[in-house]
Design a protein around this ligand. Structure first.
Ligand code: ARG
Length: 255
């Protein structure tokens, strides 16, 4: 293998993953190009936080006592050190804060490939649903390519810059055909059957949005998982596919 290919591989490996990661310095796209949103518009959105610390990942309320997030968000963490904030447009104050009782991750979650990147957090008690705290239904099938979906979160608004937003942001992103997405990421990463892609140049999720919801037709279709940088042309955001992982999620939650 030649050196150039090796260094490109290394750069990609460095930049595809995860929160807290320092990305390489390449042109930035600028929830990139989103709009401020309110929790009433996305009442299923939650912020996953450490007990004393700030927001670090998003999540979605799928049952009164269960939150769906990304497995890579909670890897190496114990339920005891987590809390979620629900029902607030700001991740930092307001709404309700609930502790986490247990973390459930599918056996086939792979932290290298990010295959099956979902985690189901069981809350210590069921929350009371209001206009700001609502569950979202799990999609049964993946929307066809071109369908508009919306991704929300408090993550970075500029790639490579700690630019997380205090106010929830939302951006509309088109679902991208899985095979086309696979071609974009080939040969560096593979897009498995448990992944879905969405986004277009300039519109994407970014660091800090992980675990958050991708919603189409009022249903939860994806969980923010990874991407090459953020909002770069030809590199859509990659999501864990809720339809593909549905049976695991329903088994844990009894949904
Ligand atoms: N892994 C990132 C996180 O932990 C999410 C990256 C999503 N990137 C993207 N381009 N859609 O917050």
């Amino acid at each position: 293998m030649n050196r150039l290919l090796l260094s490109v591989l290394a750069l990609i490996a460095l930049s595809v993953c995860c929160e807290g990661h320092s990305d390489i310095d390449l042109p930035s796209g600028k929830i990139i190009n989103g709009m401020p949103a309110t929790i009433e518009q996305h009442p299923y959105q939650v912020s996953v936080q450490t007990l004393l610390g700030p927001h670090f990942c998003g999540g979605a309320l799928i049952k009164e006592n269960f939150v769906l997030t990304a497995a890579h968000c909670v890897e190496g963490r114990s339920a005891l050190e987590l809390k979620v904030r629900l029902g607030s447009t700001s991740w930092a104050y307001g709404g309700k804060v609930v502790l986490v009782k247990s973390i459930n991750v599918p056996n086939d979650y792979n932290s290298d490939t990010l295959d099956s990147d979902v985690a189901v957090l069981k809350l210590i008690f069921p929350v009371i649903l209001t206009s700001k705290i609502r569950t979202i239904e799990l999609a049964v099938s993946e929307p066809v390519a071109g369908t508009n979906a919306v991704v929300t979160g408090w993550g970075n608004t500029v790639e490579n810059v700690p630019s997380g937003s205090l106010n929830l942001q939302a951006v509309e992103v088109p679902i991208v055909d899985r095979a086309d997405c696979g071609t974009s990421y080939n040969p560096f990463r593979s897009i498995t059957e448990r992944m879905m892609c969405a986004g277009t140049a300039g519109r994407d999720a970014c660091q800090g949005d992980s675990g958050g919801p991708l919603v189409a037709n009022g249903q939860l279709v994806g969980v923010v998982s990874w991407g090459y940088g953020c909002a770069r042309p030809n590199y859509p955001g990659v999501y864990s596919s809720v339809p593909a992982l549905r049976s695991y999620i329903t088994q844990v939650t009894g949904l």
